[in-house]
Design a binder for this molecule. Structure first.
Ligand SMILES: [Fe+2]
Ligand SMILES: [Fe+2]
Length: 277
């Protein structure tokens, strides 16, 4: 049952011209547009491949014109699985299998996404089980959190652990203890927060040149204290000229908003550490 690359080429050659109902594009154009959008978002090769192939189930299970008008859900996301599983890794197969659920979830989580759907896409949405319920939304959020967490941990495994001083306040200068959400978020990208001798969750301390120099990175949070570039320069001034300590401003909502920014925060921190010079 498994496909080979030559079979996929033939499928698109034979059926790629079929209109994607109600969307003004052909199946091949739809596949190419999705792959292009994934590339524009700088997705990896697996996600670009999944984007290109996500609707291949329509080509494997031809149902004639606009099956949704006849109340038919072709279950193309599942139909494709046995054909593609022998050829592609689980990350590609799962992205294809789950793309309809992703649409159902997006409609629940982002109302403007639902508003952007074409008439045919809304009709198929109803046939596919409709917008996610509260329980399904919660499950989807858990799934996304776990995926973001795993990706972040995997990326951090390739990086050396570093010492970080995370600043949350000035006058007095304050940082975070290890037993805080912020410290644990930073740890996921290989950043171990500085342990100030104190019982406080948010210890006050004196930023001496000696203390600052021992850190690989000093981060100034955008909240609760609204650190600005002048504060970054102030810290830099305290460091000796040859110091290798990097000093940067960081979006505090991404490291401290438990729940509402947890998923986004993991992705943000991964990218932040990757790009920090
Ligand atoms: Fe689809
Ligand atoms: Fe599609």
């Amino acid at each position: 049952m498994g496909l080979r690359i030559a079979h996929i080429e033939k499928l698109f050659r034979d059926h790629g011209h079929i209109a994607y109902d109600g969307e003004g594009v052909t199946q091949l154009e739809h596949a190419l547009q999705c792959a292009q959008l994934a590339e524009n978002e700088r997705a990896g090769a697996e996600l670009v491949t999944a984007a290109f192939l996500h609707d291949i189930g329509h080509l494997l299970n031809l149902q004639g014109e606009t099956p949704t008008e006849r109340g038919i859900d072709d279950r193309h996301q599942y139909f494709a699985v046995p054909f593609i599983r022998p050829l592609f890794p689980p990350r590609i197969v799962d992205a294809i299998r789950l793309h309809v659920d992703a649409k159902r979830a997006l409609c629940a989580l982002e109302p403007e996404y639902y508003d952007s759907l074409s008439e045919d896409s809304r009709r198929s949405l109803t046939l596919q089980g409709g917008i996610f319920s509260r329980e399904e939304q919660a499950e989807e959020l858990c799934r996304r959190f776990e995926a973001a967490y795993e990706q972040t941990i995997a990326a951090a495994a390739a990086w050396a652990r570093q010492r970080v001083l995370y600043l949350i306040w000035k006058s007095p200068w304050m940082t975070v203890a290890r037993d805080t959400y912020i410290s644990r978020m930073l740890a996921t990208v290989g950043w171990d927060t500085c342990e100030i001798k104190s019982e406080a969750r948010y210890p006050a301390f004196e930023p001496t040149p000696g203390l600052l120099q021992e850190e690989d990175v000093v981060l100034l949070s955008s909240e609760p204290y609204s650190f600005r570039d002048r504060h970054r320069l102030e810290i830099l001034d305290l460091l000796p000229a040859h110091s290798r300590t990097r000093v940067a401003l960081v979006d505090g909502s991404m490291t401290s908003w438990y729940g509402s920014r947890a998923i986004q925060g993991l992705t943000y921190l991964r990218e932040f550490r990757r790009t920090l010079r």
